[in-house]
Design a protein around this ligand. Sequence first.
Ligand code: GLC
Length: 432
Amino acid sequence: MFKKSLLIATLLLTTFTSFAQKGYTPSAGNLDYRKQFQDNKFGVFIHWGIYSMMADGEWVMNFKKINYGEYSKMAGGFYPSKFNAKEWVSNIKASGAKYICITSRHHDGFSMFATKQSPYNIIDATAFKRDVLKELADECHAQGIKLHFYYSLLDWGRPDYNPDEPFVVKNEESKKAKWETYHQFMLGQLRELLTNYGEIGAIWFDGKWDKPKDFNWNFDEIYSLIHSLQPACLVLNNHHLAPLEGEDAQAFERDLPGQNTAGFSADKTISQLPLETCETMNNSWGYNITDLKYKSEKELIQYLIKAAGNNANLLLNVGPRPDGTIPDIAIQRYKAMGEWLKQYGETIYGTRGGLVSQHKWGVTTQKDNRLFVHILDLQDKALFLPLTDKKIKSAKVFIDKRPVRFSQSKDGVLLMLDKTPDETDYVVELGF
Ligand code: GLC
């Protein structure tokens, strides 16, 4: 009886883990980078590809039902004459972000790097013929900022991505297509990305949700390859589920951990792994010429703070224009965030989500024996914190160290402020 249930349990476990990296033990370097990644708190996401020419987001081919053969001809006209990796990195660094995650290949299947796995790439299919990812990687390494690569599992153009139900191409080629060639294509590209661009902080997968839940992606082989080439490289997968074995961090799309306002995170699991929330600055990932609905400086700064309070990083997106420049509003927003971080960075970088969870008034972050109370929206001159298991020794306004009056009872701590806070973030530092 016992043997039988053991057998069933083993079988179940094998079936489940066959979708991930079996028996994965992160290397010491990987654990180090997980910590550094969490300390870094803020990254910039970049969605850039030939779709930027249509200036209608990265899903334009799909939304407008554009024929793939015709769409791919756009590559010949892609010439981002103003692309300057040095300027990108300098502007991004000014935001206070500590890492960059850029699309190496999105769902349209176009590779923004020199790949030998397909001629549909920036070197072979454009007149520009410059490996923008290499230029960016060299610049990131020179300016000391980490680089992550977004990689789409989904491909709208390759017949071997969808051998059973060809999406766009319905011809003899698609009838003969096999998943195995697509899988090998991905492995080949990942090998290039992790061999030719120096140290890569993470591979950020997207698109798993495109296939049925029980589809076997053979992540075992994909994740093992990544960890064998660069053991410290983090694997993140934007599959909107609890992390699978072999993943090193958990991604949340347009939502803070545990929330599901955007509708992608029905599975509300929050794992013990480092957490990262990605969000757009306007409403689009890829460049969108009509979407000028940028979130305000205050909203963006407060979202970064809320992410930190929820123990997560913020990966804030920008979609560069087809000429290779970053939209001016985005540069302004990043600059404002950087200026705020110059003053308040100590309450964000290197912290973890604080003892008091998110409330309507704000969040808390924590570092050693310091608790930072981030007051984002309060109508009163006093704030009650349900903080019962720590004895508070001191309270001060973070920015000028003015003492804050407080009283502690068995129910919690009452902070008595000398005004109703009205700034983007009024930070009170508690010591215990
Ligand atoms: C979604 C979209 C994709 C975008 C990603 C970023 O998965 O399909 O276009 O790159 O979100 O989180």
